[in-house]
Design a protein. Structure first.
Length: 644
């Protein structure tokens, strides 16, 4: 059997953006692969005939394939380098890779859908300082662009948040709503330019939306409005403090998913009626797929709604099943050991993009709760390759803790092997029994690989996650007991050759581990947090942290956050540690790694810091291909140096 090589990921194909044509005869999805020549990714749109199940290419390989299915066909975003203004240009994507001009709008469009026969409903990013940009003449817009260019060397921050991971500088930006006349392309503003829309839905001529109206600081609590598309009048429906995840119509009723508790809790289902929230039922699920993998790319849905049905993805234990909202509960529709990554439902069938049986993504049709593959895009890739199968184990530490072990290629129980512990991000995400490239690479290189879902992981309900104040205590105990359990069950692991790595929360825990034990001989801390106080001040979600922790007084929580900071205990660190951080990571900024690196280096502890220019928090999942390879190579080389 061939090993899973580090660079095999350049041959992976990632599937996303599943959608159905309005006549339900075509199932579209986007296919993405690495473009090594340009050190980027390229995409194409594939189509499956819902009658014959025949698969053909609808749009050939290009840099990006952002598309929207509307009544008149498939709208494809087309780059227009000659236009120097902010705009979105659409072409109609037609059969046999043909495109014809559709229209161009002076908006940075996020979504577009049919509102009725006359109008499109559009969500677009505007800046409140130039909120009427789309109403200017071309000459006026060009003058505005000249002003922007003159100021491009300067940063002006006058509100919070002012940057966001993956989006860069967002000071003044708002997601806003518009109607666009299909014939004249006249743009009608639907809402005030200071509102940042977070979710919206349509019922007849009414548009329901949630979001935050602000000019200085964007708070955690959203309001709910509706706007009448005929009169353009906005009505505030709810303004009490509530964490709102989504609003939508169900049988002409207003349904709200929200919480009056902490950010980390699952959000309950309410009906908003006469200005009051009426609880429909409690929910402790995250209502999205948080089962981790480094083999996804592109737009994936956690929510799907048609004229009659509403579906949610969820995370349950180590799986990502699908549920249907039926008014008084969530009813399971599809559940299996694996991950549903995207879904679409129509009269012709129920379709998903999923990862099952240690394979990469494929498109499946669902029938009687069974998956039937419609594509074989990635299936041939692992033929004659060693793909380690996760061996599940459970143990008790206040609650049941679940973990897995991958055995090394050509495993011989009479020999001893090094092992790598991999810690997931979040912390409210989860590992599952799906393919993880980096882990398979290490297993192919002769390592045992270990990973678990400690307290605060997703899929286990509110109580299991209610340990945010105890970062580094309960979760650390879980991980150490997991290692003890693995070593007892797998005597072929050499306890003196253990490595640890992880990213984001996993990076934080790696930092915590090296400052609290010397049982690991090598560590690789990725996109980490080392100082809870500095992280709270300049991370893109920093001010949310006290609410995640459920602190009683956000103005007096210094001791709690300093106690939960690995940097406080840095003088204990002796483990050779590699730090990897990205320069544009606003979630876990570079100084978090620099603080740890600087002290360890000056104290004579073997350490190294690798920075990735231009990358953000998503480096391991959607960074430039050569950067993703270099990241994994650096970690692997570090482990090879210290564990073999």
């Amino acid at each position: 059997m061939k090993p899973i090589s580090l660079d095999l990921m350049t041959q992976y194909h990632y599937l996303s953006d599943l959608k159905v044509s309005k006549d339900q005869s075509k199932l579209f999805f986007t296919e993405t692969k690495a473009d090594m020549e340009r050190n980027d990714y390229c995409q194409r749109i594939q189509v499956i005939d819902t009658h014959t199940k025949e698969q053909t290419t609808w749009v050939e390989w290009r840099k990006r394939c952002t598309s929207f299915a509307v009544n008149d066909g498939l709208l494809l975003v087309e780059q227009d380098p000659e236009d120097l203004t902010t705009h979105t240009r659409f072409v109609w994507a037609e059969e046999s890779n043909k495109q014809r001009e559709a229209f161009k709008l002076p908006l940075d469009i996020n979504t577009i859908q049919d509102f009725n026969n006359q109008y499109y409903l559009v969500s677009a990013t505007i800046n409140r300082r130039h909120f009427n940009y789309h109403h200017l003449t071309l000459e006026e817009r060009l003058k505005e662009e000249e002003k922007k260019k003159a100021d491009e060397d300067y940063l002006l921050f006058d509100e919070y948040p002012f940057y966001f991971n993956g989006a860069g500088i967002i000071n003044g930006n708002r997601n806003s709503l518009f109607l666009v006349d299909k014939k004249t392309l006249e743009i009608l503003d639907l809402i005030p330019p200071t509102i940042d829309v977070e979710s919206f839905d349509v019922d007849g001529n009414e548009i329901l939306y949630s979001g935050v109206d602000y000019t200085e600081v964007k708070g955690l609590w959203s309001n709910i409005w509706k706007v009448n598309a005929l009169t353009l009048e906005n009505e505030l429906l709810y303004s009490e403090k509530m964490l709102i995840g989504r609003v939508f119509y169900y049988q002409h009723r207003i349904i709200v998913i929200g919480s009056y508790g902490t950010c980390i809790e699952g959000k309950n289902f309410y009906e908003l009626k006469a200005g009051k929230m009426n609880l429909l039922f409690r929910n402790e699920g995250s209502l999205h797929n948080s089962v981790g993998s480094d083999c996804r790319y592109g737009k994936l849905k956690n929510f799907y709604k048609d004229s009659e049905h509403v579906y949610f993805m969820n995370t349950v234990d180590s799986r990502a099943p699908i549920f249907e909202f039926v008014g008084t509960s969530l009813e399971p529709v599809l559940d299996f050991e694996g991950s549903c990554d995207d879904l679409v439902v129509c009269d012709r069938g129920f379709y998903v993009i999923a990862m099952v049986n240690q394979n990469l993504q494929e498109v499946f049709e669902v029938s009687h709760q069974q998956l039937h593959a419609l594509t074989q895009i990635n299936a041939p890739l692992f033929e004659n390759h060693y793909v380690a199968k996760p061996e599940r184990l459970e143990f008790e530490n206040q609650d049941k803790i679940v973990g897995w072990v991958l055995k090394p290629k050509d495993y011989d129980p009479t020999k001893t092997y090094p092992a790598i512990l991999d810690i997931h991000g979040g912390p409210k995400t989860a590992y599952g029994e799906i393919f993880y490239h980096e882990m398979q690479v290490w297993a192919s290189m002769g390592y045992f690989v270990m990973y678990c879902n400690p307290h605060c992981s997703d899929g286990r309900g509110n109580e299991f996650c209610n340990y945010m104040k105890h970062y580094g205590v309960t979760d650390y105990e879980d991980i150490m007991k997991f290692i003890d359990t693995v070593l007892e069950l797998y005597p072929a692991i050499d306890s003196k050759r253990l490595g640890v790595t992880g990213g984001s929360y996993g990076g934080y825990m790696t930092n915590w581990i090296v400052t609290h034990t010397d049982r690991f001989k090598a560590a690789a801390s990725q996109r980490s947090v080392s100082n809870r106080i500095t992280q709270m001040i300049y991370s893109d979600y920093g001010i949310d942290t006290p609410f995640e922790f459920g602190v009683e007084d956000v103005n007096d929580c210094y001791e709690l956050f300093w106690d939960r900071s690995p940097i406080k205990y840095i003088n204990n660190a002796t483990t050779p540690t590699l730090f990897l951080q990205s320069t544009n990571d606003w979630r876990c900024p570079m100084p978090e790694a620099i603080q740890m690196y600087t002290v360890m280096k000056c104290r004579g502890v073997e350490t190294k810091l690798v920075g990735f220019k231009g990358e953000n928090h998503e480096l391991s999942r959607s960074g430039k291909p050569t950067h993703r390879l270099r990241r994994l190579q650096e970690i692997t080389d570090w482990m090879e140096k210290h564990l073999k």
